[in-house]
Design a protein around this ligand. Sequence first.
Ligand SMILES: [Zn+2]
Length: 154
Amino acid sequence: MNNEVSASAAFDGLSLGEAFTFDQLIGAVEQRRQRRLRIVELADLGDHDGLCAVWLMTPSEDLVLHAHSESALHRQQFVLHELAHMILGHDFGDDPDAPDFLLPDIPPNTRRRLLRRQDLDTVEEVIAETLADRFAAAIRGSAMHHSRYLEIFG
Ligand SMILES: [Zn+2]
C-alpha cells in the first residue's frame, strides 16, 4: 500500500464522510480508542528543537499536548497530526528522546509520541501528515458548509 492509500483507508474507516467538525473528529477518536481524549496547550512547548505536539497515554486517557502558536491553523495541524497517529495505531512505545521537562509527574512508561515536524522522514510520519491534511480539508469543508448555511438561513 502506498502512503496515499493508507491514509485514505484510515480516513474512510472513520465513516465521518467528507466534511466534519473538529469536535466530531475528536468524538470519533474517543469512540475508536474507547477512552477520553484531552487536548492541552503547553506554553513551554515549541522552543525546543521544533517540538510541536506530543501524544501521551495515561492508564485512563489520551493526552495531546501542543505548542502555543499564534496561528489557529498551525495549532490545529499539530493536533490533527497526533490524532492521525492515534487512528493509524502508531503507538510505538517509549520515545527515548522525550524530554523530562514536559511532564515530570507522569512516569516515562506512559510517554508515547513526540513530533518533530522537520523529521517527516519515516513512513509513519508521512502517512500521519497525509491523514492530518485530509482532516484539515474536511474541517474546512464543514466550516464552509456551515457558513453557507448561515448565509441562507441566518
Ligand atoms: Zn508524527
